[in-house]
Design a protein. Structure first.
Length: 141
């Protein structure tokens, strides 16, 4: 196997890996929308996390919220879900929680939001790129 063939195999493997990761995130999001219970939560905290390059457009906020389950127990989120705009402390946001494990919750933007669209587009893009590189590798090698 030549160096060019090894490189093409590595590029193909990378594109397939990214497509699989995007598909798994999309599926996990869809499962939460289908199986988890919707609720309203109150934002109780937001931690600013900047990107590695310090660009203002790359800022994310790790948001913490508080919600009440039907059994009356008040729960706090772990603050892992990123939001790209600063939420107002005290504002109400839509979440979903796992009825089997109510301590697990996730901010669930409505279907059609940019985050969900990005996962879908990334998956499709990287599958197309993987197919392109597979055929391109056959033509040049």
């Amino acid at each position: 196997m030549t160096i060019a063939q090894v490189f093409m195999v590595l590029v193909l493997a990378f594109f397939v890996l990214v497509a699989v990761i995007a598909a798994r995130r999309f599926r996990a999001h869809r499962t939460r929308l289908r199986d988890w219970v919707p609720a309203e939560a109150t934002v109780v905290g937001a931690e600013l996390v900047q990107s590695w390059n310090g660009n203002d457009n790359q800022r994310r906020y790790l948001v913490t919220w508080r919600y009440r389950t039907p059994d009356g127990v008040e729960r706090d989120s772990p603050g892992r879900d990123p939001m790209f705009s600063a939420p107002v402390i005290g504002s109400v946001i839509p979440i979903r929680y796992d009825p089997a494990a109510p301590e697990q919750s996730a901010w669930m933007p409505p279907m059609g939001t940019p985050q969900l669209a990005v996962y879908g587009c990334l998956g499709v893009l990287f599958v197309v790129l993987a197919i392109f590189f597979a055929f391109f590798a056959r033509l040049i090698l």
